[in-house]
Design a protein around this ligand. Structure first.
Ligand SMILES: C[S@@+](CC[C@H](N)C(=O)[O-])C[C@H]1O[C@@H](n2cnc3c(N)ncnc32)[C@H](O)[C@@H]1O
Length: 280
């Protein structure tokens, strides 16, 4: 089948299935399977796809139409300018999480001291510690997840980018000693009763352990905030990503745990997304 016909058929199939940007998606999948860029496909619409290429392409189109995220089909997601391997064992990194990474980098550059520790909690793909290890000269970086499968992916991502990160399997900060200069955390924060309403790509393909935040979405943060004071050094700082409408509740829980929110950073939609905190 000609390239233009294969792309048009794939785009129609994905349009019917409600996939966003169906034509662009078809071109990305074609490039992944046949190594043919969008520009090359446009320049040679008459090029014939071989039977194995066409079968592989249509298989990916079927999976995407069935709701499998594009990132799982391509195997990567870009975060902070770097490509990260993603699998069903890790949350697909979100662009809003770059706000958290940037804030932690700015803090390190303003006040970091050689040899101080940065610890990322709930590291998933390892996107945050890998970026921090590259950007925070002199820092020692560790990353924690309770999921051994996620840690395997995170280790591969650190190796891929030549980042030195110490990975630790732990429930929150249990296995971490202090003192730590910066703690970053993008922990699960979706309220249990909102999980069913998430996009199918998220609900059915991101790990449940990466999403489920208990009845109000803040159950995991409640436990985290109760323990973070133990590991932070006196002028240490905490950077946490939260969900829409959770800022006041988060600040209240933090205050009860002896942690003071000193700044709220909005995402591009104006939603408070990152809470910056210190121990009182
Ligand atoms: C929302 S994902 C964030 C992943 C990554 N930090 C990112 O920003 O893309 C939350 C992560 O927290 C981990 N997690 C959940 N409960 C945890 C716990 N009690 N202790 C450590 N990690 C936990 C999950 O396995 C998941 O990888």
């Amino acid at each position: 089948m000609r390239v233009d016909a294969a792309v048009a058929r794939a785009a129609r199939r994905m349009t019917v299935a409600g996939v966003e940007a169906p034509r662009r998606t078809a071109l990305w999948l074609l490039e992944h399977v046949a190594g043919l860029s969008a520009a090359a496909a446009a320049a040679s619409p008459e090029r014939e796809l071989g039977v194995p290429e066409l079968a592989a392409f249509e298989n990916l189109v079927d999976l995407r139409a069935a709701g499998v995220p594009l990132q799982h089909l391509l195997g990567v997601q870009e975060f902070h300018g770097l490509d990260f391997e993603v699998t069903p064992d890790v949350l697909i990194p979100r662009h809003e999480t770059e706000i958290l990474a940037d804030a932690a980098i700015a803090r390190w550059r303003a006040a970091g001291r050689d040899g101080d520790w940065i610890v990322d909690v709930g590291t998933g793909s390892g996107c945050i510690p890998v970026v921090l290890a590259r950007a925070c000269a002199g820092a020692r970086v560790a990353a924690v997840d309770v999921s051994r499968d996620a840690l395997r992916v995170a280790r591969r991502n650190a190796a891929r980018h030549g980042s030195e990160v110490r990975f630790v399997e732990s429930d929150l900060l249990v296995a971490i000693g202090g003192p730590v200069a910066i703690v970053t955390a993008n922990l699960p924060y979706v309220p249990d009763d909102e999980i069913q309403a998430l996009q199918r790509e998220v609900r059915d393909h991101d790990p449940h352990l990466a999403l489920a935040g208990g009845p109000d979405g803040l159950e995991v943060y409640r436990r985290f905030l109760a323990g973070v004071g133990r590991v932070l050094h006196a002028d240490g700082m905490v950077f946490c990503e939260i969900g829409m409408g959770q800022a006041d509740a988060f600040a209240g829980i933090a205050a009860g745990a002896g942690v003071r929110v000193i700044e709220r950073l909005d995402d591009s939609a104006g939603i408070p997304r990152v809470m910056v905190a210190k121990v009182w």
